[in-house]
Design a protein around this ligand. Sequence first.
Ligand code: GLA
Length: 736
Amino acid sequence: MKKLLLTLLAAMCAAAGATGADRAPEIISVNTDRVSLILCVERDGRVHMRHFGGRIDDAAPLAAYSTHRRPDHGAGEEIYPAMGGRNFRLPALRATHADGDLNTELRYVSHETLPSADADVERTVVRLADPVRPLEVELLFTAYRRENVIATRSRITNRQQGPVTLHAFYSSALSLHGYGSYLLTQLRGGWADEAQIEHLPLGHGTHSISTRKLVKATHSENPAFMLSLDTDRFDEEHGEVIAGALAWSGNYRIDFSVDEYDVLTILAGANPDASEYVLDAGRTLTTPEMIYTFSDCGAGGASRNLHDWARRYGIRGGDRGHVPTLLNSWEGAYFDFDEATLRGMIDDAAAMGLEMFVLDDGWFGNKYPRNHDRAGLGDWEVNRAKLPGGIDRIASYAHRQGLKFGIWIEPEMVNPQSELAERHPEWVVRAEGREAPLIRHQWLLDLSNPEVQDFVFGVFDHTLALSKKIDYIKWDANRHAESVGSAYLPADRQSNFWVDYAEGLYRVMERIRAKYPDVLIQACSSGGGRVDYGALKYFDEVWTSDDTEALSRSRIQYGTSLFYPAAVMGAHVSASPNHQSGNVIPLKFRFDMASAGRLGMELQPRQMSDSERAFARRAIASYKEFRDLVEEGDLYRIGSPYDPSGTFGTLYVSKDKRRAVFLAYCIRYRGHTPVPQFRLRGLDDETRYTVRELNVDRPRCWFDGETLTGAYLRHEGINPPLQRLYDSAVYILEAE
Ligand code: GLA
């Protein structure tokens, strides 16, 4: 009650400000070691954003800053622009108040630094309110000092007598001014073609990265971007770059809007398109977190900041040590297996030195057996014909062979041909009276419904109860939302579905993680359809793409690496010819490519020759030697798979710069003339590194075994003999 009175009092003071009462401008600084976000509370109570970029210790002069614009000509760069008053920019908040008023004008109420258990993390809250219609907004800024990341989100509370409709409710707004140009880098793609890079200069007007698919939401775009400032070049090493990533596994939109003042406003958050959120009286909506970083040493620096932040704070299991190498059954067996097939795969996996076996789709359903993708989803009991000994017998077998055991589930989905669909037609996402369209012969379950949340939690829980020896779950989600409707939500709350679904998923994941903190969980969604920092709070890794072909992977892994660390990037060696592309690629190249991520295999080992298995054994052993660098090291992208040279490399350097691994590839044949020269950044100039090539029978180039200084490697570099298509090399560099 006291808090409410204080808030009201503060809002009244702010209202006084809005009507002309004066207050001295006040600066609010949110700082990391090298980045500052600076706000100014103006005389009239508006809160403007003044700076995001390199750190400014003394920001006091910004209290007197003037844009030199006519004061009656539109709004300034408000930190959370709302629709109403003078604001002409895209609104971060657009609401219809309980009484029908369409305007919202937010004024400063208070701000404070919140207590934090971690000395490297500082939390600041800025409270705003509409002085006329009681709607409150808290803006939360979390500064991660060492990683130079600032996360922002908003929290909107309805203090009115009736419901407020939120048409737009972004997580954050960021305004930048004074730059001559902005080069946007974004990911685009599709199924089996994720994370393709696109660079585009931002002109005036609005460009958006968005989805309305809800599930399988990161195939065609990803809620992450880089912005190179004052340049038209994407540069790994030089220049100022802002990177952002939204932690949300639902509909998202990031708008980049350049106005007539050349001010760029970035709005990021849940997609406001067709997803009005009706916020009942007294209720609060917390929006997803938007993660920002700034680098003055190019895109590489921005990626490393995000990776450091992710491993320390952003992802589940970021600090949990080594990830087991694995054999996944999908491309090796598909739906066609029995216990003997699986035992054979387990034996072969163990013999090659792999550490886990993952049983993919096809193990469940009896009335409607899951022998193809047209039946069985929803019926999570072991198929007796294929696995008469149950999951425990096969999981125990894996454990006896020294392997961990994992299993696939797709708990948010149902096939019409299933007992679940017969029992609970009302759980299916569909609009009353309309046909529910199928994708991959399946429907989506309505996770806005708490009963469905219980069911989905139960699928996980019951699966884990099938055997005490389940160490890993592959959680799939193979369709997106269409023709949306919920039998659970009331007619006047249908559009809350979009937000409620994603929050329902998180509620389930909270319960799962409370009960199963140590089970590894992979987020798969037809490959890389759920690659976002919202999911990664709960999932340990992502299945980067259903395209396992190593050439395509060069681009998919490169694109993913802009925002997400290799520690989460599932990468498997599969058969040749590849099942997706038909491409024939040597085993060494396939291993060298997959070894830049979380290494696994996904094929039937029985179909490999003896020499192939022997090579696999060696490459897996090599990987174990350097995987700590892939998981925890600093990434330096050396060239890119988009370079016309047709060669590029990936370097992971240990934090103490004593060890590194360099993986290099040729993806285009250009005759036998040009030999790549890779200059390796990121090492210590003074240190002498011994270079040793892995995965080859005998030394094949002049610098193998040589000791070279960091300065030599940076300025002169090495020239591996990668001239033919699919030549590849892996070098370990160790300080003397
Ligand atoms: C999706 C996944 C694959 C595999 C199949 C099984 O396509 O992305 O990896 O698990 O489902 O049906």
